[in-house]
Design a protein around this ligand. Structure first.
Ligand code: AMP
Length: 502
């Protein structure tokens, strides 16, 4: 095993094929990327970065940001991407926890970051959305030749903090082997080749846009069209010269609202991947009717990369995340005891494979708790495996509602409410209740249009659900709160309505 960088790019040395282009007209070949990452790796070393050091990066998405990621690999450092939405106080927590030797930030927040860095003894350099800044200036003066630092399979390539909406955010330690195995598996199962052109509209501080999209396309030798952010019109107009799109479910629902999305526009595309949050079965059906393509839904997480995927050939079943990837084992266990559950029943999803992370940074007890003997990682997601072997996700374990001692899976209630006219989608949460412990509560998004009354929703559910599963209250909102990865923020809903029942 060698450095992930070598596995991604060594065979492309000297290649003038297009690796990356931007809407602004920047075009980088594979050789350009190799040279730029060499200059950047020399810059990192000149700033005192040593192998094993963490580099915390909170910058806008740009080709320079991608080059920095590659340079971090080459220098044997540990890349630590941070969501651009994090406040200075939040960045302070990550810096204190990870103790990076270098922080790369946007020039606009440099002053604040300098104060944090002084406490942590870290250096600070900048990169802006256009790829300019102090780090770019240093890199421009460096030679392109750089001897990539050798790494063992088990050495860290990245620490990615979980989006953890409750408690402390945890740093998932990902090794060179974790990332390499997941990339090569996905290249094979999703059939990526050097003829692919990916519309890259995801952020690159998260595993989906960073490791799934970038590592897969680099390894396959395909081209990425880098968009700074999601833009439905831009994506639709790029489709005729692209082959693939990776997105979160909100990409697909928003694209469906764009009149330019037609069978004709999507004719040259071969693959639409969705993940990071559940894709509604209805979106899957609508997409197919509109474009002729079945979205390929997959399931993964920061700690593991991708675990399960609908097949490339074979049936892509709406509402399921498909079959375990080659080399990945998936099993369903009782969340409390860890005992096997009868076939087809809901339980905790546990996974094992070369993609599964090494543990949480400086949290040995938490890491030990989340692994079963034998090496299965307890994902925190509840799900089932059908007779056909397809995995379905029921939701996060912590979203399970226990009301009057009985378990209610929010998805079962949400599906019934979603089907009512006037409801776009819903989120069902448990709120503190003096009698029941938790009360099943529905938050229904109406899109601002006509909608049924609370009494009508409750009446409609009467014939559908046992009384203990029915919401005690239904709250109407225009839209559900979501983060940039399209995940509904149930913790935010629980906090907002915490005192609904007194
Ligand atoms: P993250 O670590 O931010 O990538 O979030 C991982 C979590 O997103 C998983 O543990 C799941 O709860 C959720 N997730 C990812 N993909 C899917 C999917 N296809 N369907 C449902 N939930 C998903």
């Amino acid at each position: 095993m060698s450095n992930l960088f070598e596995l991604l790019l060594a065979d492309k040395a000297g290649s003038d094929r297009l690796a990356l282009e931007t809407l602004g007209g920047l075009r980088l070949s594979f050789e350009d990327l190799i040279q730029a990452s060499g200059r950047m790796a020399n810059a990192l070393v000149s700033l005192g970065v040593k192998s094993g050091d963490r580099i915390a990066v909170q910058v806008e998405k740009s080709p320079a940001n991608l080059v920095l990621y590659l340079a971090s690999l080459r220098a044997g450092a540990v890349y630590l991407p941070l969501n651009t939405a994090y406040t200075l106080a939040e960045v302070g927590y990550f810096v204190g926890d990870a103790e990076p030797s270098l922080i790369v930030s946007d020039p606009q927040v440099r002053e604040g970051v300098l104060a944090l860095a002084a406490d942590a003894g870290a250096g600070v350099e900048t990169l802006d959305a256009a790829g300019q800044g102090s780090l770019a200036e240093i890199a421009a003066r460096q030679p392109a030749d750089f001897q990539t630092v050798a790494r063992d399979a088990d050495d860290l390539a990245a620490i990615v903090y979980t989006s953890g909406t409750t408690g402390r955010s945890k740093g998932a330690m990902l090794t060179h082997a974790n990332l390499a195995s997941n990339a090569s598996t996905l290249v094979a199962v999703w059939r990526f080749t050097d003829r692919d052109v990916l519309i890259h509209a995801l952020p690159i501080y998260h595993v989906h846009g960073l490791f799934v999209a970038i590592n897969v396309l680099l390894m396959a030798g395909g081209t990425m069209i880098f968009l700074p952010k999601f833009d439905a019109g831009e994506i639709v107009s790029l489709m005729p010269r692209a082959t693939a799109l990776m997105g979160v479910p909100t990409f697909y629902t928003r694209l469906l609202r764009h009149p330019g999305l037609t069978t004709e526009a999507a004719r040259g595309m071969r693959l639409f991947v969705s993940g990071s949050a559940p894709l509604l079965a209805e979106t899957h059906r609508e997409w197919r009717a509109r474009t002729g393509h079945a979205i390929l839904e997959r399931y993964g997480m920061t700690e593991t990369g991708m675990n399960v995927s609908n097949p490339y050939d074979g049936e892509r079943i709406a509402g399921t995340v498909g079959l375990p990837l080659p080399g990945v084992q998936v099993r369903i266990r009782d969340p409390e005891t860890g005992a096997p559950v009868p076939a087809g029943e809901i339980g905790m999803i546990e996974v094992r494979g070369p993609n599964v992370f090494k543990g949480y940074w400086r949290m040995p007890e938490k890491s030990a708790q989340d692994f079963r003997p034998g090496g299965f990682f307890v994902t925190g997601d509840l799900g089932t495996i059908g007779e056909n072997g397809y995995v379905s996700i029921v939701g996060r374990g912590k979203d399970l509602i226990i009301t009057g001692g009985l378990n209610v899976y929010p998805i079962e209630v949400e599906e019934k409410i979603d089907a009512l006219p006037g409801v776009v989608e819903s989120a069902v949460v448990g709120l503190p209740h003096p009698d029941f412990g938790e009360a099943v509560t529905a938050v229904a998004a109406t899109g601002g249009g006509e909608h049924p009354t609370e009494a009508e929703v409750l009446a409609a559910l009467e014939a559908e659900l046992a009384a203990f599963k029915r919401p005690k209250r239904v709250i109407f909102v225009d839209e559900l709160p979501r983060n940039t990865m399209g995940k509904v923020q149930k913790a935010a809903l629980r906090a907002e309505f915490a005192s609904l029942y007194g």
